[in-house]
Design a protein around this ligand. Structure first.
Ligand code: XIL
Length: 333
């Protein structure tokens, strides 16, 4: 069969990728060969988040992220840096701290600058060869999810240490710091429930417009796409087009499609159609640059622990067998 990355690139996309971390690709079983064969891009699932990279203030640890980047460089996979500023997976000192505006500004600048700076060049140097043969967007492939999940579902700002201390200015502070650390990186804001028309998508569009109008570096919007079986939004393509019209690229960053267990053949066939719908939407929008699934095998999916009773969200099952969803992906490109 055609690897999903090859199918994506044949359709003019930059990549088809998966979330991973070193505990998965070093486990010694079939994970690794499939991972190398099928995917052209990886997102470190947890290892670049704040609690992993700056567990104590000013003390940076990059071992987990470095392992992911080393693998990507060896096999010419693209990397999505993930993430700089997110309310979740942050260390206690930050989550429960009380900071002045000046203090938290500096904390964000130091964190984003050090994290993005650590991987500057590393993330794009080998990709350049791959991308050169594919398109001439030579420096366009070093992407960072600088801001993750800033909004509540009703479109209001999430109450966290960042917003509560800095109001909305934490967004430009982080983006500017990331841009200074790596001027060639594509800087993204990433969220869920912005894949369909509603207050959260509107809030994201207004934020992008505001940032653009004030000259803040923002290059992309990540649509997480953690979907429920049978509920892929009908207007996914339209939403992608609306974001693109604001002058940003879009990417499907965390795709999975969960179902209430147990899976049946009928449900798996519906899942195939759902995966195909998502891929078709991206395929139809030139500014949708690529698709990342939130791990490729049900063995490592976050869904069963986050949504008890649900699962089977990935295109490969627990035993690394392709599910009908795999064919849906290929058919979508
Ligand atoms: C999840 C990871 O997959 C899990 O390993 C972790 O325990 C919790 O976070 N939206 C996001 C991701 O932005 O970072 C989340 O990842 C899934 C939801």
């Amino acid at each position: 069969t055609t690897p999903v990355n090859a199918a994506a690139q044949a359709a003019g996309k930059l990549y088809f990728g998966t979330a991973t971390d070193s505990s998965e690709f070093t486990n010694g079983d079939r994970y690794y060969p499939i991972f190398l064969t099928e995917f052209g891009q990886i997102t470190p699932e947890n290892s670049m988040n704040w609690n992993a990279t700056e567990p104590e203030q000013g003390v940076f640890t990059f071992a987990g992220g470095d392992a992911v980047v080393a693998l990507a460089q060896k096999y010419l996979q693209l990397i999505r840096g993930y993430s700089c500023v997110w309310y979740n997976q942050i260390p206690e000192w930050l989550a429960n701290g009380t900071f002045t505006v000046a203090e938290l500004t500096e904390i964000i600048q130091t964190h984003c600058g050090t994290l993005v700076g650590h991987y500057e060049g590393q993330i794009c140097i080998f990709q350049a060869f791959q991308v050169l043969f594919h398109s001439l967007t030579f420096f366009d492939t070093d992407s960072w999810d600088v801001i993750n999940e800033p909004f509540n579902d009703d479109g209001t700002w999430r109450s966290d240490v960042f917003y509560n201390t800095l109001d909305t200015s934490f967004v430009p502070i982080a983006l500017e710091a990331a841009s200074t650390a790596d001027p060639n990186a594509k800087l993204y804001i990433n969220d869920y429930n912005i894949e369909f028309a509603g207050p959260k998508a509107t809030a994201m569009m207004e934020l992008i417009q505001t940032l653009k109008a004030s000259g803040v570096p923002i290059h992309g919007v990540g649509l997480q796409c953690h979907f429920v079986l049978g509920q892929v939004p009908d207007d996914l393509q339209t939403i992608m087009e609306q974001f693109a019209a604001l002058g940003v690229e879009v990417a499907v960053t965390e795709l999975d499609i969960r179902m209430t267990l147990p899976a049946t053949n009928e449900l798996l066939i519906q899942q195939k159609a759902d995966y195909q719908s998502v891929i078709s939407a991206c395929n139809a929008v030139p500014d949708c640059v690529g698709v990342t699934i939130w791990d490729y095998t049900d063995k490592y999916s976050w869904i069963p622990s986050a949504f008890p009773g649900q699962g089977e969200a990935c295109p490969w099952d627990l035993n690394y067998n392709q599910k009908p969803a795999y064919d849906g992906i290929i058919a979508g490109f």
